[in-house]
Design a protein around this ligand. Structure first.
Ligand code: PHE
Length: 541
């Protein structure tokens, strides 16, 4: 069953009972569905009356000249939030030091390229065998035009290009389950263009019919009834009030030169077949405020943003391979203990900003208050992951004219994402799944299973053209222990508690925003903490 959280606004999930919704959600299991649940269930208090605070970057003159105290900041984590805190505080001359457990910046903004190596919590190591120039974004991969992420790309000079998040040529594929029969279109790939033509066509016909039979007379004036029918005609591409198919579906014989008008692919399947396919329930994805085109990606990989941030912060301020082992408030500031290789080191600062995910942060010793420790214990790491599969031939482009975009399925792969770069190239990396269903499979089993699923949609090319793959299971990533944070029961007291510092230690990250699972959330949270910390530093300087 298709549940597309992008279409769900906080509040009632479109008239469904909470129970129906949960049941349906359970049946899909896709990563995006899982994410949407929190908001869609209305468990999230809406900040309807909250005032938007405008961000003002700290300026050099804000801190009293010559005052050297109270401006050392220890930042834990060189992901988007941590680097942004260092970058923005750096503008005012704060002395920032960033500790990062990985050997690179970016956190979950992870782009896998040739030779990249990762070891999971279960000790399994993968090394990427992609060709030079091929890559896959294992974490964030799409940026809507209205996110702060775009502002930072502009400010930092990171080039962006379109990320194809919706494509008329993309496919829908629904396979029967023990509880749902998808009718004659089960286990059939149908293009987005064709599904849209049929669903809009029939629904428009029904609407026009209902109006003309007077079923809506109690809510429509005669003039409005006429306008509504006109709208239905155009939305559905109706002929004489009926949907009989049209060239929006495509052609069985393409129009050509001279005397070749082409043959429209008609008639459409009967109404009941179209309804049984349930493809229409997937359309709302592309209506989502944060999923609607235009969507963007940095040229060359999502990690170009963190690389630019790290450059702006300065290499000397970031320590890699630094595992934090203790965070302690002291009478004057903070002492962070960390391990680098076999050395145990200390970083003393006036303030600390911890951007480590709560799932990891709660495993690190500290002298935080009981309330803070209890709050850090609340969030749950979301289970999802992705696999980037390198194929030796771009068969989705060559055989199916799919240039970027997504195929949405009810298989456990959830979506198949085609690369929005490298068109016409010889090879390409496709995201074979975006799902939590593969987390506990061995790496070889993930590959076998993902290829089996893809064959259902693309035929044997999906297996025959396979070259290599790299998969990321976020719950098994030791640096994050989850793809993103879920707040059971919604953002409650724990969330609110962590918005305040524990002594001299502030907390930041996308999990402390209303943009969980978006870099936008990391930027927003970082900016908020920068303003809070700066106001305090100025007041006590
Ligand atoms: N930002 C992530 C994505 O676009 C996770 C997410 C999915 C967030 C759906 C909101 C809605 O895939």
């Amino acid at each position: 069953m298709a549940v597309t959280p992008g279409a769900l606004t906080p509040g009632t999930p479109q008239g469904w009972s909470r129970r129906t919704f949960l049941t349906r959600l359970g049946a899909t299991g896709g990563a995006t569905a899982m994410y949407g649940a929190m908001d869609a269930l209305g468990l999230v208090p809406s900040p309807a009356n909250a005032e938007t605070v405008e961000f003002v970057p700290p300026r050099p003159g804000d801190l009293p000249a010559g005052a050297t105290g109270r401006r050392r900041v220890a930042i834990l984590g060189a992901g988007t939030a941590g680097l942004t805190v260092a970058y923005e505080l750096g503008k005012a001359g704060y002395d920032c030091r960033v500790l990062e457990a990985r050997d690179r910046p970016g956190g979950r903004a992870l782009t896998i390229r040739r030779g990249d190596r990762h070891t999971d919590t279960d000790g399994v190591t993968q090394v990427s065998g992609y060709d030079a120039g091929q890559y896959f974004n294992a974490g964030p991969s799409r940026i809507p035009s209205h996110h702060l992420t775009i502002d930072y790309c502009k400010e930092l000079g990171v080039a962006i290009e379109p990320m194809v998040n919706a494509n008329a040529q993309g496919l829908y594929y629904h396979e029967n389950t023990p509880t749902v029969d998808y009718g004659p279109l089960a286990s059939t790939s149908v293009t987005h263009r064709q599904a849209k033509a049929d669903w809009y066509g029939y629904v428009s016909e029904l609407l026009a019919k209902a109006v003309s039979q007077g079923a809506l007379d109690d809510v429509l004036t005669a003039d409005d009834a006429e306008r509504l029918v006109e709208f239905a005609q155009s939305l559905g591409g109706l002929s004489g009030g009926r949907y009989v198919g049209n060239n929006r579906r495509g052609y069985t014989e393409a129009p050509g030169a001279g005397d070749q008008p082409g043959v429209v692919d008609a008639p459409p399947p009967p109404l009941s077949t179209v309804l049984q396919s349930r493809f229409g329930e997937r359309f709302a994805f592309e209506f989502g405020f944060d999923q609607a085109m235009m969507m963007w990606q940095p040229v060359g990989g999502m990690d170009r943003i963190s690389a630019a941030l790290a450059d702006a912060v300065g290499r000397a301020r970031i320590s890699y391979n630094a595992w934090v082992t203790d965070i302690s408030n002291t009478s004057t500031g903070v002492r962070v203990t960390y391990r680098q290789g076999s050395d145990v080191r200390f970083l003393d600062a006036d303030y600390c900003v911890a951007t480590i995910t709560p799932m990891v942060l709660r495993t690190i010793s500290s002298n935080f208050s009981t309330e803070t420790k209890e709050a850090l214990a609340v969030p749950v790491g979301a289970n999802t992951g992705r696999m980037g599969i390198q194929f030796r031939r771009r068969f989705w482009e060559e055989d199916s004219s799919i240039f970027g975009g997504v195929t949405h399925t009810n298989l456990d792969v959830s979506g198949i994402y085609y690369p929005s770069y490298g068109y016409f190239g010889r090879k390409g990396v496709v995201v074979g799944y975006y799902s939590g269903a593969y987390t506990n499979l061995t790496v070889p089993d993930r590959i076998t299973r993902a290829l089996d699923q893809g064959v259902k949609i693309h035929g044997n090319a999906y297996r025959d053209e396979y070259e290599n793959a790299f998969s990321v299971a976020w719950p098994k990533n030791p640096y994050t222990l989850g793809a993103w944070v879920q707040w059971p029961g919604g953002r409650g007291a724990a969330y609110t508690h962590l918005l305040q510092p524990d002594g001299n230690v502030y907390f930041a990250g996308d999990h402390l925003s209303y943009y969980t699972a978006w870099q936008n959330g990391a930027f927003l949270s970082a900016r908020k903490v920068v303003m809070d910390l700066h106001a305090r530093a100025v007041a006590t300087a």
